[in-house]
Each structure stands twice: as C-alpha cells, then as structure tokens.
Design a protein around this ligand. Sequence first.
Ligand SMILES: Nc1ncnc2c1ncn2[C@@H]1O[C@H](COP(=O)(O)OP(=O)(O)OP(=O)(O)O)[C@@H](O)[C@H]1O
Ligand SMILES: [Mg+2]
Length: 390
Amino acid sequence: MFFNCFRVLDKCKRNDRLGQKEAEEICTDNVRVFSYNSLRSATDDFHPSTRIGGGGFGVVYKGVLRDGTQVAVKSLSAESKQGTREFLTEINLISNIHHPNLVNLIGCCIEGNNRILVYEYLENNSLASVLLGSMSKYVPLDWSTRAAICVGTASGLAFLHEEVEPQMVHRDIKASNILLDRNFCPKIGDFGLAKLFPDNVTHISTRVAGTVGYLAPEYALLGQLTKKADVYSFGILVLEVISGGSSSRAAFTDELLVLVEWVWKLREEGRLLECVDPYLTKFPEAEVIRFIKVALFCTQAAAQKRPNMKQVVEMLSRKEIKLNESALTEPGVYRGVNKGGNHRGLGLRGSSSQESSSTQGYKGKSPAVNQGSSSASVISFQSISEVAPR
Ligand SMILES: Nc1ncnc2c1ncn2[C@@H]1O[C@H](COP(=O)(O)OP(=O)(O)OP(=O)(O)O)[C@@H](O)[C@H]1O
Ligand SMILES: [Mg+2]
C-alpha cells in the first residue's frame, strides 16, 4: 500500500503539485500505479500485434506483466483536460468497485501526457466480436450460455445502479463493452470511464453517435440521463443476444426496421420466435419468449415504464414469473442524426404523450446531463409481473 501511495504521490507532485495530504486522501491500496516503461515492455512497446481493439476512448493492447499476468492496457486518448487529481479520484472510485460481472481495474499509469488504464484481461474478447463480429471470430453460443450472459450483465448493471456508492449510470451498455472470460461469463467494461472525460463527453458526442442503436430516445434527444437509459440499452443488448443481429444496423425486413422495431412487429403479428438466431437450433421456447418480453419491457418509449435493473434480474432469473403483458407499451427508437445535424426523431409509434411534451420543452437548447441521478419514477414490480405460486 505504502509503495503504491508513494509512487502516486511522487507523480502527483511532478504533475499537479498536489499537497501530500491531498494525494494521500486520493490514493488507496486498490490502485496499482504502473510506470510507462513497465507497460511498454508488457505490450512489446505497444506493438500493433498486441493491439486488441480500439474505441472512442483510446486503443486497447494485450499485455503480459513481469509476473506473467495477462492484462488489457487501455491507452486513453489524451484529450481530457481533467487534472491529475480529478483523474486519480475517479480511478480510485472505479478500482474500488468489485463484482463478478464487472471488469476489474487493476491500475493506471500517469506519466507526462500518458494516461493508461490497466484492466484484467478477458480471454474471450467481447460479446460484439463473438456474437456480432466477423465469421472468423464467431463462436456458436448455446441458449444456456446466452441466458447466463443476459442474467450476469443484468446483475452487474443492477450492482452499479443500486449498490455502488455513489450509484453509477454506465451510459454505454453495448455488446463491445461486455467482455467474456474463459467460461463466457460476462463482465461489463468501461464503467466510470465517461467521467474521466468530463470536458469531452456530451450526451450526443460523435463517440456516442457510433452506438446509436442502443440509445434511449430521451437520452439521445433530451440528454436525460438516468438509470433507465441503461435499462433501455440493456434491453437492446438482450435482443441482440437472442437474435444474433446487431442493433446498429437498420436491416430488418423491407422496411429497414431497427432490431427493436422488428421484434415489436413480430410480437404484434404473433411471430415472436422468428427473431431467434437461426444458429440457435435448440432452446426452451417459453424461457426465450420471457427474455424477449423482458427486453421489450426495458425498451419501452416511456422511461418511467421500464423496470429497474433489480427487477430485470428477477424477471430473467425466476422461471415462475408471469409477465403482465397488458402493461407493455411500444418501444422508443432514436434513429440518429442526419448529416445536416437534424435529429431524425423518435421512431414508429414509440413516443408517449409525456415525451412529446418534453420534446416541445427542449427548444434546441443543450440540455443539462443529469448524470448519476436515479430515475424519479418508480414502477411497481407487481404491475409488470405476477409470480405464480411455488
Ligand atoms: N479487459 C479486456 N480484455 C480483453 N479484451 C478487451 C478488454 N477491454 C477491451 N477489450 C477489447 O478491446 C476492444 C475495444 O475496446 P474499447 O473499449 O476501446 O472500444 P469499444 O468498446 O469498441 O468502444 P468504446 O470506446 O465506446 O467503449 C473491445 O471490443 C474488446 O474486444
Ligand atoms: Mg469499450
């Protein structure tokens, strides 16, 4: 612990001239501080062959530490103007969060302009590459694995929403942020990351625009960021896991519906099981239907009608739960921004009267992002489900 704190302290002094007391308050024994050189040697000097991916926040390399531990080394793009002190505070917060379905942050490196995060390495890459990526990386996942991925992800998200202090909205739940360990157990990555870039992340940044298929309409259009925006993205993710189709492509039927619109249409036509991945040949129909319906509850246009993540965990895990479909309303869809910058609006029949009135109230101003706040509305579990007697 002392070793780590002194090293952080040393760097803090050099970078930000923090007072000793302040730095000690920031540091804990959870944060391991790596020198740039040690990460250089772990990644073979950040050699392209060790690169395993890259996204809006930076490039990810596979590294091997001197003790043989495999790590994912995420070199952040140096655009954040956040000071070392704020950065360390956030790192500290993230590294204190431990749950079997959340990726562990092992440590960081702050030297000069370099800001690098070191995570535990997950052998099976991301759900995006395994399920939605190129055929060369495709891994056939059976139903029980897919169901476990949904339930595990829901548990991790429920933990972030309800157990972590302060509670956290992920903001970017999507298949590439669900990492899979050697047993295909899911772990949510990149939580807390948006807070490392406070000057660079708006609710509709170009980074986010790349993952339009997951955006809750009220977040995309109005900047209303609550836990219910994560619930929406989770619902989309479940539909991807079941269908094997990506929500980022509007490619379903001749009408070019997005995934959730297509599933809703199938439900209306009584053909729900047609959305199931053709590669999934054997599956328990009733359970799959329950999962699809839970996903539809999560993606309802009106945020306050969506269940919270604890309820979702229950709805997915308890076979005896009967969902009250009469309470289910249409999904909301945000279709992205035209080249000219205009929103293409909410899709299909998803906009509730409440949403249209708040949209009128928007008047083109940049809405304040209500980060980390919990949804004000509470929905009773009883209204969306009935539990059959055991
Ligand atoms: N801990 C990890 N273990 C193994 N692979 C990882 C790990 N973290 C990230 N990756 C790989 O690196 C890829 C890129 O991750 P990264 O988070 O940089 O981008 P992204 O998730 O596609 O986009 P975003 O920046 O919006 O999160 C992931 O899709 C995954 O394949
Ligand atoms: Mg990511």
